[in-house]
Design a binder for this molecule. Sequence first.
Ligand code: ZN
Length: 189
Amino acid sequence: MGNPLRDRRTAAELASVGQVIEIDEKIGSFTDLAKIIETDLAALGADKMPAGWRERVVRGELQFGFADTRKSIPTVAGRATVDTDAVCQRCLQPFRLTLCIEPRLLLLNGQETAKEFDEFEVWELEERTLRPQDIVEELLIMAMPFSTRHDNMADCIAFSADDEHATELKRPFAALGSQMKQHEKDPDQ
Ligand SMILES: [Zn+2]
């Protein structure tokens, strides 16, 4: 038996059986998403690189069906979340970023429209068949913030004037200054 998340089928096939798909997939198997995260994490030094970022699991569920009683307009709805790794653009520290999607989509071919179902968004199918994982992946990529930042200011060292990072930067000069003073007072030391 194949993996229904990865198998290519038509939207009508998936909808007609009311296909329910459990999502339990590592980030690493979402190739395009993983590439984006990898590029983002490349800003970190090797010592700060979160181990196992590819192993974070995307969990959720998709359910296919029809929007109309005539069963002509396939839909997919569901939910998926993942705690992924990102770099805060303010403080350049790694943090866990939660991505959450709750799709309600009408699966339409280019020429089709369906204005009356406005609780759904239109998802234009580019090919005759679709791979459910591709939809999840594209939505997760769209859910990524344009600029990733710590949500909570208390977690972000860029917001704290006397945080560790700032102290680290000041300390060498302060130490050097007191050594010089010491030297002036007692040149033999
Ligand atoms: Zn931050």
